[in-house]
Design a protein around this ligand. Structure first.
Ligand code: OAK
Length: 880
């Protein structure tokens, strides 16, 4: 593989100083002229938030300097670029990440110390940038970190939401409350607004002879966010779009006293980038969401296409050699139609040429098999909002099905040979009428007199490949299956862990896989070891550096295998344990400050942090805690001494409209209120729900964890990424053979994990047949359910249907197998307690986890994307 190497030609610019006193002077200057703090108040007399802003403005100078050099250099070299299209980037805080990636931590620590502050305190003054829901958004953030670190020419493209992920508060009854996330209230010192970079985005309107006249137009304005790599002068870019009205406001309406009308356009436009949809892996059939998706996709494609055109004119055949767009799940998949529109309508290419280019320029990642998350837009909605795109999708669907006819005919003939049809001959194929045209004309999708007729077998066979299909729940309502559109329009399709990539080939994309197996790939997820080990766990990082004799491991994470030989070394184990204990104490202090709960630091710290979902089975975890509580309550004082003390911590948000998830949050909180105040239990069991779980909490929780719960029903969690972060930090896993747990078990040795439960191959048969006759409820499960029902934790009525959902088969179907997996889960929990009593064995395993985590660096993942999908090579920037 070629690496485009730095030449001497890059122009040197004045670099900001890295000398602590010069940096201090620079911070003072920024405090005065950027923050506007009067010099009389400097250095004392300023609140942490102001000082943070002054320091951030100073760090930003370093970023911008390297950012400009990187982007100029890449522009000059003109390599192939990857554009990562994602509706979510869950970045968290930037200050510490920036100074650490720039290797300026000591410089800035000293500089701010001289001003009477410490960097750690300033760190907490920063708002979390939570422009994402969970796994998918945080993955995108790790990926752009790795792209910069690996010197890969590429940008992230997304939306600059005014309000990010909602803030979660837990009220005194244990209910989740949702509050707006006003993350921009103090400004955002990291972004570079680009008022000169705007694109027009159209919606609605009509199409006349392929020409679209939008009925509504808004502006997309760019904000660049520099993304520093580590141990490289490369600084990448995350370009986020804000929606604005084309015209400021309607002055004549204002003059006539119609104030609402005067600002209506502005409000309508601004709504588009106002709020992140707070759902995770659930469908939200809202027109505004589709508007958001098209808004950022169109702006990003127009931007990239304009950049290409400035360099290469109309040489469009070259586009696939200069650009690749990675679509992060279905949210950006309208890109298939938009790229076609740009090439055909704006650049005058013919259909076939445009389609050939599109199929070579796009790639698609699937992140879930939850059916409710596979976006399907009603033809009516899409056709109204984006009439030209609907026409294009219709044609893609027609051509796609036409291309399959011969194959399908042969299949049907073959089938008929084996299994002759009843006397009635197969019907000839129907003349196809564009569905969008039908929808627009307000015609029903099916003729009524055809309803009674038997479906043509060829038609039926073709329909399973249809991008436009009938809604199985609503006869006559046609839907655009966005995942299918993405599969047909992409050069590569990937899942995010080995088992997941395998499942999508067998299930949701089976028919597509059989037609084009070469398109399907696996790219097991990874996480950035900078944020998730080196920066969040400085104690462990220092011990690793000392033990390995090098500090290069965050860029070459396989070096961690060098820790294996120390796993049995008692002295080393002691040091390893001391660091974990220190992290537990730090976490306990933070929890005390935020929730008021006092936590002892000796018990086993057991943590489950992720979105609240039935498939992730926080419910099973809390049921096991309820049973443990029952055991403690009924044990004699002598027996109690045998219990292994535990602190169980939960964190996560429930989607605002997710009924059961909200009940689970409440149950956990109610259990905590009872258990933590019960004098019989004392320090043997604590249950904490950390409110408003976010990236910042994760950075405190993960280094302190000794056991983490990765307990999804087998076959449901695509990958999981917190499992990788915990593993890096030497935290043992209790989990199912699901997602990336399987690959973690391969790296660490399955015997070192606490594996339980059905595996993926057993689940379908269970759901289809065995469940119906199964009555073998474990008595411990029955007891725990009884305690949910009988008011032990209050809210008796409120919890009945939660209890029913896994127990009463007439009322709930326990789709996620809480009941049948429970006994084996408790067995694994007993094993956890047993091993924890042997601290040397526990620590040995902990060391082996970290030692085996090299594979889960997002650097490895991104290298594989670059080599196997993107065909993008590193272009290191000269160090000035
Ligand atoms: C969210 C919305 C729609 C579709 C998928 C998601 C999502 O967050 N999926 C998660 O992606 C992570 C990154 O690939 C995986 O690790 C999680 O298993 C998956 O649930």
């Amino acid at each position: 593989r070629e690496v485009i190497s730095p030449s001497n030609g890059a122009s040197a610019s004045a670099k900001p100083s890295t000398d602590p006193s010069a940096v201090q002077a620079d911070v003072l200057q920024n405090l005065e002229y950027v923050v506007g703090a009067p010099s009389s108040k400097i250095p004392n007399g300023l609140d942490a938030s102001s000082v943070y802003r002054g320091v951030a403005a100073s760090v930003r100078e370093h970023l911008i300097d390297a950012f400009n050099r990187t982007q100029d250099y890449w522009s000059e070299k003109d390599p192939k670029f990857v554009y990562y299209l994602s509706a979510e980037f869950l970045m968290g805080r930037s200050l510490m990440n920036a100074v650490q990636n720039l290797e300026l931590t000591d410089t800035y620590s000293q500089a701010v110390k001289q001003l009477g502050y410490d960097l750690e305190t300033l760190r907490d003054a920063e708002q979390n940038a939570a422009l994402g829901n969970g796994g998918l958004g945080r993955l995108a953030a790790c990926f752009i970190d790795s792209m910069a670190t690996l010197n890969l020419p590429g940008w992230g493209y997304g939306i600059r939401y005014k309000y990010g992920m909602f803030k979660q508060a837990i009220d005194e009854k244990g209910y989740q409350q949702e509050l707006p996330d006003i993350w921009l209230s103090n400004g955002n010192p990291w972004e570079i607004p680009r008022p000169d970079i705007t694109f027009k985005i159209g919606f609605y309107g009509s199409v006349d002879n392929f020409k679209w006249s939008p009925g509504e137009t808004v502006l997309a304005k760019a904000y660049d966010n520099p993304i520093p790599g580590f141990k490289t002068p490369t600084v990448g870019n995350l370009r986020l779009w804000e929606a604005l009205p084309v015209a400021e406001f309607d002055l004549s309406a204002f003059n006539e006293g119609k104030y609402d009308k005067a600002v209506e356009e502005r409000r309508k436009a601004e709504d588009i980038s106002a709020v992140l949809y707070p759902n995770d892996a659930t469908e939200y059939g809202k027109e505004l969401r589709l508007k958001q998706q098209f808004f950022f996709v169109s702006a990003s494609l127009q931007d990239a296409v304009a950049r290409f055109k400035a360099k290469h004119g109309d040489n469009w055949q070259l586009l696939p050699e200069k650009a690749v767009f990675q679509m992060n799940d279905t949210h950006p998949t309208i890109a298939v139609a938009e790229l076609m529109r740009l090439l055909i309508d704006e650049q005058s290419l013919d259909w076939d040429t445009a389609w050939g280019i599109t199929q070579k320029t796009l790639a698609f990642t699937n992140h879930t098999v939850m059916p409710e998350a596979l976006e399907k837009w009603p033809v009516k909605v899409l056709g109204k909002l984006l009439p030209r795109h609907m026409e294009i999708i219709d044609k893609i669907d027609q051509i796609w099905k036409d291309s399959l006819k011969e194959k399908v005919l042969a299949q049907v003939e073959e089938m008929h040979k084996k299994n002759p049809p009843k006397p009635k001959a197969a019907k000839p194929l129907k003349k196809e009428v564009p569905l969008a045209a039908k929808a627009e004309a307000g015609e029903p999708a099916e003729d009524e007199d055809e309803e009674e007729e038997e479906e043509d077998p060829v038609e039926a066979a073709l329909n399973k490949y249809g991008i436009i299909t009938e809604n199985p729940w609503e006869k006559g309502v046609k839907l655009v299956n966005m995942a299918y559109l993405a599969v047909v329009g992409s050069k590569a399709v990937n899942g995010v862990a080995a088992i997941h990539s395998d499942i999508i080939k067998r299930t949701i994309f089976k028919d597509f896989y059989e037609l084009a197996p070469h398109k399907f790939q696996n790219k097991t997820n990874g996480v950035t070891p900078r944020r998730w080990l080196a920066w969040c766990n400085p104690g462990l990082a220092a011990l690793i550096t000392e033990t390995l004799g090098t500090d290069t491991w965050p860029n070459d994470l396989n070096l961690l295998t060098g820790l294996r030989k120390h796993a049995d070394d008692k002295e080393f184990q002691k040091k390893w344990r001391a660091i974990k204990h220190e992290n537990k104490a730090k976490l306990a202090a933070k929890i005390k400050a935020r929730t008021g709960v006092d936590l002892p630091t000796d018990p086993l710290y057991d943590i489950q942090i992720k979105r609240i979902h039935e498939y992730k089975r926080q419910y099973m975890n809390i049921l096991s805690i309820i049973y443990r509580y029952h055991q403690l309550k009924t044990a004699s004082p002598e027996e109690r001494k045998k219990f292994v003390p535990r602190v169980t911590i939960f964190g996560g948000k429930a989607a605002s409209a997710y009924y059961m998830a909200k009940k689970i949050v409440r149950l956990i909180n109610r259990v905590g209120m009872v258990v933590n105040n019960d004098p019989d239990v004392k320090d043997l069991l604590k249950v904490v729900f950390v409110p408003d779980y976010n990236v910042d909490w994760a950075e405190a929780l993960i280094p302190a964890a000794e056991l983490c719960q990765q307990i999804s029903t087998a076959g449901t969690e695509a990958s999981g990424t917190s499992n990788m972060k915990f593993q890096m930090n030497g935290c043992l896993i209790i989990g199912t053979m699901d997602g990336a747990n399987i690959e973690i078990a391969e790296e660490v040795g399955k015997e070192n994990l606490f594996i339980f439960g059905m595996d993926e191959s057993e689940v379908p048969a269970w759901r289809e047949s065995k469940r119906a006759e199964w009555k073998d409820y474990d008595p411990r499960f029955v007891k725990a359910i009884e305690m949910v029902r009988d008011g032990t934790f209050g809210d008796k009525e409120y919890f009945q249907d939660l209890a029913d959902s896994v127990y009463d088969m007439k009322k709930g179907n326990d789709w996620f197998l809480v009941a049948p997996d429970f006994a084996d889960y408790l067995r694994a929990q007993e094993e956890v307690d047993k091993v924890y009593l042997d601290q040397d064995e526990w620590t040995r395993r902990s060391i082996l986890y970290t030692a085996g985590s090299g594979f889960f660096s997002s650097d490895r993942t991104i290298k594989q994307y670059a080599d196997e999908i993107w065909d993008v090579v590193p272009v290191p920037v000269p160090s000035s």
